[in-house]
Design a protein around this ligand. Sequence first.
Ligand code: TPP
Ligand code: SF4
Ligand code: MG
Length: 350
Amino acid sequence: MTYLAKPKLHHPSLTKNAVGYTRRDYEGKVSTLCAGCGHDSVSSAIVQACWQLDIQPHRIAKLSGIGCSSKTPDYFLGASHGFNTVHGRMPSVLTGAYLANRDLLYLGISGDGDSASIGLGQFAHAMRRGVRMGYIVENNGVYGLTKGQFSATADKGSVAKKGATNNDTAIDLAALALQLGATFVARSFSGDKAQLVPLIEGAMRHGGAAFIDVISPCVAFNNHAGSTRSYDHVREHNEALNRIDFIDLAAEQVVEHSPDVVDVPQADGSTLRLRKVAPDYDPTDRLGAMNAMQRFAAGGEIATGLLYVDPTAHDWHAAQRTASAPLNTLGEKDLCPGSAALAKINAGLR
Ligand SMILES: Cc1ncc(C[n+]2csc(CCOP(=O)(O)OP(=O)(O)O)c2C)c(N)n1
Ligand code: SF4
Ligand SMILES: [Mg+2]
C-alpha cells in the first residue's frame, strides 16, 4: 500500500515534545522497502531519537548516496532539508553543505556498498577531517538495491543466497573510523531499538565526526543460513559492550547514579550515560576499543554499543577557523575587507 499517502492531520491528543512537535512530525513518506528490511527499523529509530532530542525538524539536513539504505531519508524527517547525492558521494556533498551552513545538524545516511565500496575514500576523509555529523551506515553486507552482490563489508567465507562464497577480506567500517580519527564510533543492530536510539541521540549531539555502523539485515538477499548479516546470525553473535542512555542536562534535573553507570559529558553540555554490561570496558580509550573489536571479531562476535567517544571533540570549523555564522548570512561588510586591506595583502605577496 505504498501508493497511499500518510494522513496529513494528526490526532489532537498526540504527545508533543518540548519544541511542540509530535513524533509524527518527524516521519516521512510511507516506505517502499521490502517488508522486514532492517533499514525501516533504523528510520524509525531516527524518528524516535530526533523527536526525543527536541530538535526542530527544519534544523536538520539529511544527505545520502544511492542504495536502498540511501533511499530511506524519504521515509523520515519529511520536514527537514534533504539531498540525495550520487553513489558514494554523500560525505563530500555533506562537507560542502556543512562548511556553508554550520547552524544545521547533519545526518549522513549510507549503505555498506555506498561507503565501503565506491565511497570508501569519501568516508575516510569525512572521518579524518572531523566533519560534524551523525554518519549512519545501514550495513547488510550486500548491494541490496542491485540484487544482492557482496559488498566490501561481507565477511570472508559468508555465502550468498545463490551459493557463491565470498573470498575477500571484509572491511570493518567502525574499526576504520576509529583508526582514521573519528571521535564517536558505535555499532548497533537494527533489531535493537533500545540500544540504537540513544546511540543516534549521542551522535546527533556529538561535537565532531560521529559514526554508527548499524547491522541491518537485507531480508531479500542476505537473511539466509550461511550469511553473517542475517537476523538470526546477528542475534546469536551480538555482544553488547555497554548500554547507553542519552541525557540532556538542560532538561534532566535528577541524575540517578549507580556503580554501573558512567556519565560522559559532551561538547554541547549534554551527557552520554553509559550503563556498562562489560564492567571493564572504557569507551574513552581508543587503543582499548581497537583491541576489544579485534578480540571480539577473532571470537566470531560482533561488539556493539558505544565503542569509542572523545567528549572533548572539536569539529572541522574549529580547526579551519571559519566564519562563525552561515555564509548566506554574511553581508558585504563581512566579506569585503576594503581596498586598504587588499593593498596590504598584495604588498605582502610582492
Ligand atoms: C556510479 C554508480 N555505480 C553503480 C551504481 C549501481 N548501484 C546502485 S545502488 C548500489 C549498491 C548499493 O549498496 P548499499 O550501499 O550497500 O545499499 P543497500 O541497497 O544494500 O542498502 C549500486 C552498485 C550506481 N547507482 N552508481
Ligand atoms: S532489497 Fe534488501 S536492502 Fe533493499 S529494501 Fe529489500 S530487504 Fe531492504
Ligand atoms: Mg548494503
